[in-house]
Design a protein around this ligand. Structure first.
Ligand code: DC
Length: 221
């Protein structure tokens, strides 16, 4: 074999990004996927799509075996962020996200997605701990609840809608409790995750920090 023969495949590379709601992980994940040419999956959308399918079909949100069947047939290619980002779908998603059978079905689909070449970025709550525990780069993106509520508030106001900062802050805290307190796959940083606190960091600074970790891991991959 000569030195310039390249392997006929590119090894896959997975970047796992976790953190609480509104910490900036979605923006960061999309930017990373774009810059590195990797496929991106916002796993929150898989829980949201499962909840929306139940709501649309008039099915109950508290029947685990019905929700499991819906999760098993979910098509990851058809996830529409604009439709799924509605507040009431987020509320419904957090109810199905506590069901172990739903999580099993969705984690299986997420792991299949993570096999795509040349690489993938998955973001959610349990990517580094459960979905892709062997990912060569794990980031845990966080920010204070006040900063996250302020960002949500600014987003809503920028759309020309009315918003109440204190009720958004309550909402952020309630979602943290639900995400961190559930028995199955609670939100927590993996032991080997790099922490990125974006409370006082611009998205560009967060991206540069992430890039340093990713480039170092790519060199040894
Ligand atoms: O990030 P999000 O708001 O789109 O997530 C919707 C719900 O799904 C939220 O209750 C957290 C939950 N979720 C989860 O349990 N595990 C993931 N990997 C992603 C989201």
């Amino acid at each position: 074999m000569t030195d310039d023969v390249k392997p006929s495949f590119t090894p896959r590379f997975t970047i796992a990004i976790d953190g609480p709601a509104a910490a900036g992980k979605g923006t960061l994940s999309r930017q990373i996927a774009h810059v590195y040419g990797f496929h991106h999956l916002d796993t929150g959308l898989t829980y949201r799509a499962t909840a929306k399918a139940l709501l649309d079909a008039g099915l109950p949100l508290n029947d685990e075996s019905v929700a499991e069947k819906v999760a098993q047939t979910l098509d990851l290619a058809g996830l529409d962020r604009d439709v799924l980002s509605r507040h009431e779908i987020g509320e419904a998603a957090s109810k199905v996200a506590v069901m172990p059978a739903v999580r099993r079905a969705l984690v299986e689909a997420q792991r299949r997605f993570a096999l795509k070449t040349p690489g993938t970025v998955l973001d959610g709550r349990d990517i580094g701990t459960v979905v892709c525990p062997d990912a060569p780069v794990k980031l845990y993106v966080t920010a204070s609840s006040e900063v996250r509520a302020r960002r949500r508030y600014d987003e809503i106001v920028a759309r020309g809608e009315a918003a109440d900062y204190l009720s958004i802050l309550e909402d952020v805290k309630r979602r943290d409790e639900r995400d961190m307190g559930r028995a199955d796959s609670p939100l927590k940083p993996a032991a080997d995750a790099h922490l990125l606190d974006t409370s006082e960091m611009s998205i560009e600074a967060a991206f540069q920090a992430a890039k340093t970790y990713i480039d170092a891991a790519l060199r040894t991959h």
